[in-house]
Design a binder for this molecule. Sequence first.
Ligand SMILES: Cc1cc2nc3c(=O)[nH]c(=O)nc-3n(C[C@H](O)[C@H](O)[C@H](O)COP(=O)(O)OP(=O)(O)OC[C@H]3O[C@@H](n4cnc5c(N)ncnc54)[C@H](O)[C@@H]3O)c2cc1C
Length: 486
Amino acid sequence: MKKYDVVIIGGGSGGMGSAYALKKGGYSVAVIEQENSLGGTACNAWVETWIQGLIPPHIEKIFSQLGNHEKKGELERSWIPPRFSKDGGDEEDSIIMLHEPLSKKYYNDLSGKVDILLNHELVAVKEKDGRYVRSIVVLDKKNNVKKSLSATFFIDASADGVLCRLAGNNYFYGRDKYSIYKESIAAKDTTHCKECINEPSLFFRIKIKGKEEKEGKDYDNCTTVRYDNATKKVVAPPYINGDGYPSYFWVNPMTGFDTPGKPDGIPPVIKQGILPTFLIYKKRVIEYWKFIKLNLEYLPKENKRFRAWAKAYKNYIYTDEHASYLGVRESYRIEADRMLTQNDLSEKISSKNLERYIAVGTHIIDFHVSFGLDTEELKRFNKEDLRPYGIPYDCLIPKIFNNILIASRCFGASQIALASARTNMLMAQLGWAAGNAIRICLEESLNDVRDVSISKLQDSKLSKDNSEYTEFYSRVLKLESKMKNI
Ligand SMILES: Cc1cc2nc3c(=O)[nH]c(=O)nc-3n(C[C@H](O)[C@H](O)[C@H](O)COP(=O)(O)OP(=O)(O)OC[C@H]3O[C@@H](n4cnc5c(N)ncnc54)[C@H](O)[C@@H]3O)c2cc1C
């Protein structure tokens, strides 16, 4: 059995943050990633837009080192969304890092310093000893061989909380009842919507049609979507709608499973898992594209359901390429020492009292499936009450373990809080903080992640130049310098 100081499960925005924090110091570290390349949702699901937010040091460095053709946006403007910025700006000021160069950059920066096990999936917990996970089993998918790995500490950056769930920690998904966290946006009656989650998207690629080019055979073979001459309507399955975001070459289709309110409404990513859901979405992206094309062709009048689609897209074709990984917005949330809730989102972060915060969220509460929620209150809260808020370290600590930290979308948060917090930049912050916290544990031979000195982790007693860990304090100061009076 191979023994490590730290094993990180998942190589996405969160897991990469942890790996960068741990790559120096001479510790033995492994990243276990089930896919063929690093980067997770931001790379393999093509979610290349990094919505504005406090930028952790490793992302600042990566962005500055990528070539101009591999990134877009201006870093300084991307620190804070326009609604909180004294300089205004707009949402387009988010940075974009193209998926392939970012994934390669991660690999080049980390290989030789940490063990990167691609195509390896965590499948079981092998040994547990009270509040400690001691070893795990991973499947080498290429060679179909199982391997055991042991570690002093683990970081669950799997987005779905795979390690914590396999190890027996409690978890949640779907709507939280109002009575749990007393959130004003929460569904007051969850009878018909308790399973609702923000639906996944499978990104696909389009391009401007060349002279001799036409849509591929998948388009013609798709018979479930067609124009009906008799009724003069585009006929399509009920799960297809025209919402979505076309970008410079990819499309983020917001078309999905329509789970709300059904008696058996458990979302497929929960009920069947991500892979079977991905296979269904592969079929749906061509249905979605044909639906858009036929509507633009036959029903060219302005149509509110097509807010993202200009007539110009008539001249585009589907390239038969889609992301290799399903973009999952939401799945499991792990029960942690502290659960972040809507009520925390109106507490403005302050460098004068950093409390136990290790990351800052600034994005609106962003629901794509809002069934059952108080949508008027949601709008009001985003407009009036939301502030740049802190995320306490305790939200990364799974309730029943001492040697695991969570550094990913599955961290301790209510569904409502996560709808704001799930952005790439925030996951990178969580990963960076978790990796630095484990560094402190290793340096000080701590047995429990709860014993980490938060002020040390935040570097709150150090100036910017001699920061050793997260640089959180100086970064909050920088954020404040950009913030308007709110
Ligand atoms: C459609 C969509 C649009 C979005 N739009 C934006 C946006 O515009 N801007 C923005 O900032 N954010 C956006 N987000 C949110 C953001 O992209 C994600 O929340 C974020 O990337 C999640 O990062 P993560 O590190 O938590 O998880 P991931 O990046 O998903 O990483 C988890 C990794 O763990 C691996 N893994 C899982 N299980 C196992 C296992 N058993 N063994 C080994 N490895 C495993 C996965 O393969 C994956 O690589 C969007 C998300 C989606 C889905």
